[in-house]
Write a protein that binds this ligand. Structure first.
Ligand code: RB5
Length: 148
């Protein structure tokens, strides 16, 4: 289950990503916003991020104008590993090495085709584990306030 969310700038791109998920046979849940009325991205970013961390969803794809604001908001929810991406390589490696569980993109930065390529690559890429799991465990320790 993929959590989707956006602010008013990302509505059209969120619909493109939902179509991609349909094509890929992946279920999704939309945490808003649902209209083009100006809104605040932290509201929707945090709702989707909580859904991912709670296990209600497996991963999330969030969209605002740049991908940055909604990414910062989502990253404040403990347990998220957020990747703000504008290219396929970074998205792929963020999954392979960092096991990112939330991808954010900018609707004012990317065209729909590139956004879909990035999302597909991110969704299809497996996590490599091994030494990368150790580093992710270290990130989780930082989140708990531990010193490394
Ligand atoms: C909204 O104007 C814009 O600030 C927002 O979509 C996002 O780009 C913030 O990071």
């Amino acid at each position: 289950m993929i959590a989707l969310a956006c602010d008013h700038t990302g509505l059209a791109m969120k619909k493109e990503i939902a179509s991609l998920l349909d094509e890929m046979g992946l279920a999704w849940k939309d945490y808003g916003t649902y209209t083009e009325e100006s809104c605040d991205y932290p509201v929707y970013g945090s709702r989707a991020a909580r859904a991912v961390v709670s296990g209600e969803c497996d991963r999330g794809i969030l969209i605002c104008g740049t991908g940055v604001g909604i990414g910062i908001a989502a990253s404040k929810v403990k347990g998220t590993r957020v990747c703000t991406c504008s290219d396929v390589y970074t998205a792929t490696l963020s999954k392979r090495h960092n096991n990112s569980n939330i991808l954010t993109m900018g609707a004012r930065v990317l065209g729909p085709d590139l956004a879909k390529m990035i999302a597909r690559a991110w969704l299809e890429e497996p996590f490599e584990g091994g030494r990368h799991q150790r580093r992710i465990d270290q990130i989780a320790a930082i989140e708990r306030g531990e010193e490394l």
